[in-house]
Ligand binder design. Structure first.
Ligand SMILES: CC(C)(COP(=O)(O)OP(=O)(O)OC[C@H]1O[C@@H](n2cnc3c(N)ncnc32)[C@H](O)[C@@H]1OP(=O)(O)O)[C@@H](O)C(=O)NCCC(=O)NCCS
Length: 182
């Protein structure tokens, strides 16, 4: 089922009631209930976008600036980048209310992330989006074009979770994935 058009994706506000949200992952729920607000409004170390329908929060995604070195990126994407740390947008947390999985809400939240990555690139520079994907979500990110970062490719057998994945801003732009606001 597709997400209904009345779904709004916007920045978290102080007035939002986060207490009823459940995505099926206790750590992510705890983060959203307890820390998403203070990280955004007090510490200023991450921004959360929420997907809202009829006043209810159905999903959230938290992003913050990050960096990676070019050697962990696939050669085809790497080009002739310098070998010092390069700016990225880090997708730190993502969850969709478990009663609304499979409705396109996660994809819609990623649109907000892609839009932010393009904005970041224009203003300060950004190579792409990085996520430490939980095992159950690797397929979701793959479907959106993310690929594993090279640094862990050889270690998958030893270290099943999480899997660092990457999507270049160039791919986002080519796909037109962040060109419209969320
Ligand atoms: C992973 C999660 C965010 C996906 O959100 P969602 O709203 O259910 O996903 P969508 O409905 O937007 O799905 C978009 C596409 O991804 C696919 N997809 C969704 N979840 C998937 C998964 N776990 N594995 C593989 N594909 C998945 C859908 O089938 C859909 O494909 P389609 O466009 O070809 O039909 C959600 O399942 C969730 O909150 N899980 C628990 C928390 C979690 O694991 N968070 C990620 C932490 S890194």
């Amino acid at each position: 089922m597709a997400a209904t058009p009345d779904l709004l994706v916007r920045r978290l506000s102080k007035a939002d009631d986060r207490s009823q949200f459940r995505c099926g992952d206790a750590d992510l729920d705890r983060f959203f209930h307890r820390y998403a607000g203070q990280n955004q409004f007090r510490h200023h170390i991450g921004t959360t976008f929420v997907a809202v329908r009829q006043g209810a929060i159905l999903g959230f995604v938290t992003v913050s600036p990050g960096e990676i070195t070019a050697d962990v990126i696939e050669a085809a994407t790497r080009g002739h980048l310098p070998d010092y740390p390069l700016p990225t947008l880090r997708l730190a947390r993502l969850g969709v209310d478990e009663r609304h999985h499979g409705q396109g809400i996660g994809r819609r939240l990623l649109r907000a992330v892609f839009h932010s990555a393009l904005e970041l690139r224009e203003r300060f520079g950004c190579l792409g989006v990085v996520v430490d994907a939980k095992p159950q979500a690797v397929g979701f990110y793959q479907g959106l074009g993310f690929t594993p970062l090279a640094v862990v490719r050889g270690q998958l057998g030893d270290r099943p979770e999480p899997l660092p994945m990457f999507l270049s801003v160039r791919s986002i732009e080519t796909a037109g994935a962040g060109s419209v606001p969320p």
